[in-house]
Design a protein around this ligand. Structure first.
Ligand code: PA5
Length: 464
């Protein structure tokens, strides 16, 4: 396994009096054991079917790969419509594993369609997309587990309308639905219109669905080796079957974050030192926020727990947010992602001998510069007693990415168990969805609409 979690800089050993002591870790071992047992007991049940994803049946993988190959051979544009967990996994995988200017590469190099994920309903974005694609050469992958999310269904209706006007009864060939087998409207529309369909298992929630067809089909379409990604996730899962925090990196991460939260460190910064992993940080933010930000515990007590995730990018954010991380409130845990070997290198040329302040860089590689800046930033944080730990990857590839995503999913599940909350629901998000339905006068949401009408209107005195 080529992923390691180095948590030296969480500990008293390096941080001094602000660090976690070995005794504190020891005091949380029972809690860790319980959290691990709880997550293991829930494996494959309820909303924990995502733990089956690494063991996806070969028929499903073959079907995804065959469909992807057909799309790669026959279409020029592949557009994902989805939001939240139905979009972020695919975005993270695409950016991590494909050429950073993939869409700009010639077709002969790409060997597949241009790739877009539209995860918002901003009309400017959609119109901009329509300006550059030819819908006759496009496949739209409509992804919504509930099959009723307003944003995704609006996008679907627009695409279907345009396709029908242009292609008549061939429109359906341009839509692939990824949705629940049993609930929602998209499955009904898929049956009526004869769309090719992939199913999201009932027990796989949006933010845990990256390694299901939600993320795997888009990934395969751009040529990502999904079997390798699942192999990495599977190896991480095997490793995390141990309930020993010295062997299980997800459990170690969960305990450290839990102790930090108890100490008032309520911000979790995810900071990869690789442009390719920038969107893994986005994906993590949703996973951590939506899973752990909860009002009630499992007994129904109001607890209002959670740790606010935020993203930063090394080295770019050394010139913005790191100032705050080093000198601002002591309320953060920073998770660095270190990549030991970048997939390409560049040596900084000579040519500045007269300026020693620049010349020191010459002859070094950019990857060397990235890694030294990570070590320097980590050192500076640690010197100031700022908690940080590092997920070390030997390189970014399919196997390691699958392992990384799965590690963070498990870390989230263990932390949720320690917080004694339901990690897998999102009543807050549902609240916003319901209010939108009410605003649009959707049947069944009359009471919500009335409640909203009776809320206080804006007072002009507070508008400047
Ligand atoms: O993680 C989640 O459950 C959410 O972010 C959902 O993925 C998001 O709300 C989209 O839901 P759906 O796939 O039902 O359209």
């Amino acid at each position: 396994m080529s992923i390691k979690v180095n948590y030296n800089n969480m500990m008293q050993y390096t941080l001094g009096e602000r660090g976690i002591t070995d005794q504190q870790l020891q005091d949380h071992v029972d809690m860790a054991l319980q959290a691990h047992a709880q997550v293991e007991a829930g494996r494959s049940k309820g909303m924990q079917e995502w733990m089956d994803s690494p063991y996806s049946p070969q028929e499903l993988i073959d079907r995804i790969n065959q469909t992807a190959q057909r799309i790669r051979d026959n279409c020029e544009y592949f557009v994902v419509f989805g939001i939240g967990g139905s979009a972020l996994g695919a975005i993270a995988m695409f950016n991590a594993l494909k050429h950073l200017y993939y869409n700009e590469l010639p077709r002969s190099v790409r060997k597949g369609p241009r790739f877009y994920v539209i995860d918002n309903v901003d009309p400017e974005r959609l119109n901009a997309l329509l300006d550059i694609i030819d819908i006759e050469k496009t496949i739209f992958n409509v992804i919504t587990k509930s099959g009723s999310t307003s944003e995704t269904m609006s996008q679907y209706l627009i695409a279907m309308d345009l396709l029908t006007k242009k292609l008549g009864d061939k429109a359906h060939e341009h839509i692939i639905a990824t949705t629940s087998r049993t609930t929602g409207n998209l499955i009904k529309l898929a049956e009526q219109n004869n769309f090719e369909t992939f199913f999201i298992p009932d027990g796989v929630g949006g933010r845990f669905s990256g390694l299901s067809p939600v993320g795997l089909l888009p990934a395969a379409v751009v040529g990502i080796d999904i079997e390798q990604m699942l192999a990495g996730a599977k190896d991480m899962d095997e490793r995390c079957k141990s309930n020993d925090i010295n062997k299980n990196p997800a459990l170690a991460g969960a305990v450290l974050q839990y102790i930090s939260m108890q100490q008032g460190k309520n911000v979790s910064v995810m900071m990869p030192y690789a442009d390719s992993l920038k969107y893994v940080a986005d994906w993590y933010c949703q996973l951590w926020a939506e899973s752990l930000g909860k009002r009630l515990d499992l007994q129904g007590n109001i607890v209002n727990v959670g740790q606010t995730p935020t993203k930063a990018l090394g080295v770019t954010d050394q010139h913005s947010q790191v100032q705050l991380f080093i000198e601002g409130p002591r309320d953060k845990v920073i998770t660095f992602i270190e990549v030991q070997n970048y997939r390409s290198s560049y040596t900084i040329p000579h040519g500045c001998e007269q300026f020693p302040n620049v010349n020191f860089l010459c002859g070094h590689t950019l990857d060397n510069l990235m890694n030294n800046e990570l070590h320097a930033t980590r050192y500076a944080l640690t010197q100031r007693g700022r908690s940080n730990f590092t997920i070390v990857m030997d390189c970014v590839n399919e196997y390691n990415l699958g392992a990384l995503l799965y590690l963070l999913q498990l870390q989230t599940a263990y932390t949720g168990a320690m917080l004694n909350i339901n990690t897998f629901d999102q009543p807050g998000v549902e609240g916003g969805k319901n209010a939108t339905y009410a605003l649009f006068g959707r049947k069944g949401f009359e009471a919500k609409a009335a409640e909203m009408r009776s809320s206080k209107p804006d007072d002009d005195k507070y508008i400047v």
